[in-house]
Design a protein around this ligand. Sequence first.
Ligand code: MN
Length: 264
Amino acid sequence: MKKDKLEARRQFLRGSAVAAGAAVLGGAIKPALAQQTEFVIDPPATTSMEIFGSNARFPVRRVFCLGRNYRAHAFESGDDPDVNPPFFFIKPRDAVVDSRKPFPYPPMTQELRYEGEMVVALKSGGTNISEADALNHVYGYGVGIDMTREDLQHEAQRLERPWAISKSFDNSAPCGPLYPVETHGHAVSGRIWLSVNGEIKQDSDLDLQRWSVPQGIAILSQYYELTAGDIIMTGTPEGIGLIYKGDVVRVGIDGLGEIEVTVV
Ligand code: MN
């Protein structure tokens, strides 16, 4: 009886020791397991944007785009800006490409359209962000082009189908570097222009955005939980048009430099 009790006691202690060991190891085991995660294919590469004046890069999570955010562009798109507010659509993150890389004319279109736009990059996010708080979430601003397969967009509109295929194609968001708020402040007004082969096609001002950057962030955060890494393309002014292989498109915004995209 005494011997059995002793053996039970030993087993209890051994069990405790194992449990204690596991507990101690618990913290160390988790990261080790994470490192050992095997993927059946290579995980997707991180898409990132250049930062002006820095070797560090901004990792992109999602690309939100504002549609018809300038009155005159809403009118030229056959919309009534006094009836219909701007709206959002999305591009995949890897649509964001360096504007200095030659831009490959996309497949399945005969009508490639440029849209010069300001890009806003978020360093933090949340839901139901107030307009007053919205700019506190901005990391920086840049210049980009919302490339569009216009013929596919018109077909989608005619058939009342989604726009995705006309907007969300590979390489469809060539962008320049981001200008951090910390060093360059907020871009709330200033000239935005676009030229094709040296001829000015778009010429407007950020002041004319129907939804300002704070409004856009606040409204978007009602529909999505915004996070660090999300970027917003804030819409294009009037003067949209088509471009072809060999064309050189330049876009500039006061304080955010210029980008040059060559269609190949
Ligand atoms: Mn656009």
